[in-house]
Design a protein around this ligand. Structure first.
Ligand code: SAM
Length: 454
């Protein structure tokens, strides 16, 4: 049993099932929660498509469009309207007379698979609206709403800085996606995509994401890069499309091969999950980076989540996984940063191996400065900063008060999965560095696996 407590999208669920060994035909139970209804609604819709659309290719194409593209095809809308809407209308009709406020649950069963959703009445009604294009919103308006955000003049500097980090050919694909917002191979005909994606466009004025939101950031950059996409080998969004066209069918056929698959989706704050979920019942809990101080912070995360994890005498492998995306940065002092920036420091010398430049002759407007600035993290080790952060957490008190200890040896995910794995002189090292530079990650991301003490 696995809950994803601040789930974001369903990529972890998809990847987990797609990667199950073909011999595994047992049970799987997953619980997804996020406090943001836009996220939860899209997750419900994508999962229901996976359940109800029989043909695996049709389901995969529809999921890719709805998940990532600003415009969808009439055939995608037809699936929403004819196959998904009746499922949700049914419960909306049943609770129409109920007073607002309470929670209402509905379980749909599809053979050996089921989806349970628990939402407030108003959220059920809003969920229904995610299946209809807002009245009066045409394709031109929709694209304008989106490009006002993704191509905003006020954000030109941010885009230009990112363009400094990627190759000329990748820039063409990047600009194309910023312009049309369609996750398709570069040369793929676009004329069928003429319906605003109703899971994004909830009204006639708003694009719901930050301009920097990029579908490539959700999937492993190396695996995507390795995916063949025909002669247009620099088509980075085409590669992602073909990667998803491989992983989604694996997910869908994996799902159909399971003895039992049950998914529960909630829209709740992590702090109230203990009212909704059974204590001592989960073998794995993933909370993403709500453990960062800008979200819930590690102490509150452990206080709310540890009691849900199975006790050690029941399952010695039961693990809570937290991700710290900001802890290192927040712990670094000015002195640490200055030390790394001196030309003789180990990171400066390592950086020169990846970004050879003209030293003091680099002018303040040279774009290589952007690469040097962004690349420095990738060549710097931050164990000392994270160790310092851990000492500040007072682990003994965490153990005594919250019944949680950090696992010395990780069994599920690397402690620093986004660090460069190759040394500068090794084959593939430059490609690894360039890929990391454009990935949106800093390599300061640190995972921690926790176990219960009792
Ligand atoms: C903390 S990150 C997690 C990202 C996500 N795991 C992913 O990889 O895409 C942002 C997500 O967490 C959700 N979130 C943040 N704080 C939360 C909380 N206290 N309870 C539930 N969800 C939360 C936000 O709504 C958002 O979808």
């Amino acid at each position: 049993m696995l809950p994803l407590a601040a789930s974001g999208d369903i990529r972890h669920l998809v990847k987990t099932i797609a990667q199950l060994p073909s011999t595994y035909n047992g049970k799987i139970e997953m619980t997804l929660n996020d406090r943001d209804l836009d996220i939860v609604a899209r997750n419900i819709i994508l999962l229901l498509i996976a359940m109800v659309v029989e043909d695996i290719d049709t389901a995969s194409d529809c999921m890719i469009s709805l998940w990532y593209s600003a415009l969808i095809r009439e055939s995608d809308l037809k699936i929403l309207q004819q196959q998904i809407k009746p499922l949700i209308s049914d419960i909306c009709d049943k609770i129409a007379e109920k007073p607002p406020g309470g929670l209402f649950g509905k379980t749909w069963t599809f053979g050996k698979r089921s989806v349970r959703v628990v939402l407030e009445k108003s959220a059920w009604i809003r969920l229904l609206s995610f299946l209809d294009v807002p009245t009066g919103l045409d394709v031109h308006q929709a694209q304008k709403i989106r490009t006002d955000n993704t191509l905003a003049e006020s954000r030109k500097d941010y885009r230009d800085r990112y363009l400094c980090l990627i190759s000329n050919l990748h820039r063409v694909a990047f600009n194309r996606f910023r312009e049309d917002g369609l996750l398709l191979p570069f040369g793929f005909p676009r004329h069928d995509f003429r319906v605003p994606n109703p899971t994004f466009f909830q009204d006639e004025t708003t694009w719901p994401m930050q301009d920097s939101a990029d579908p490539r950031h959700g999937w492993p950059a190396e695996d995507v890069e390795r995916t063949p996409c025909g002669p247009a080998s620099a088509d980075i969004y085409g590669k992602l499309y073909f990667y998803l066209r491989r992983i989604l069918p694996s997910f869908l056929s994996g799902l159909r091969g399971l003895e039992m698959a049950s998914f529960k989706l909630f829209q709740a704050d992590v702090t109230s999950l203990s009212d909704l979920l059974e204590p001592d019942s989960f073998a794995r809990i993933e909370v993403s980076n709500i453990s960062d101080s800008g979200w819930l912070g590690i102490h509150r995360t452990l206080a709310y989540m540890m009691p849900l994890l199975q006790k050690r005498n029941v399952n010695p492998h039961a693990t809570l996984i937290t991700l710290f995306m900001n802890a290192v940065e927040e712990t670094l002092t000015d002195e640490d940063k200055m030390r790394d920036m001196t030309p003789s420091s180990a990171s400066s010398r390592r950086l020169m191996r990846y970004i050879p430049h003209k030293g003091s002759r680099v002018t303040r407007y040279d774009p290589v400065l952007v690469k040097l600035y962004m690349g420095r993290d990738l060549v710097t080790g931050y164990d000392f900063a994270f160790d310092r952060y851990c000492r500040q957490l007072e682990p003994q008190k965490i153990e005594q008060l919250l019944n949680a200890v950090m696992k010395e040896n990780h069994t599920i995910i690397d402690k620093w999965p986004y660090r460069l794995k190759l040394r500068p002189s090794q084959a593939g090292a430059q490609e690894e560095f360039d890929r990391s530079l454009s990935s949106g990650l800093t390599s300061k991301e640190r995972y921690v696996e926790w176990k219960r003490t009792g």
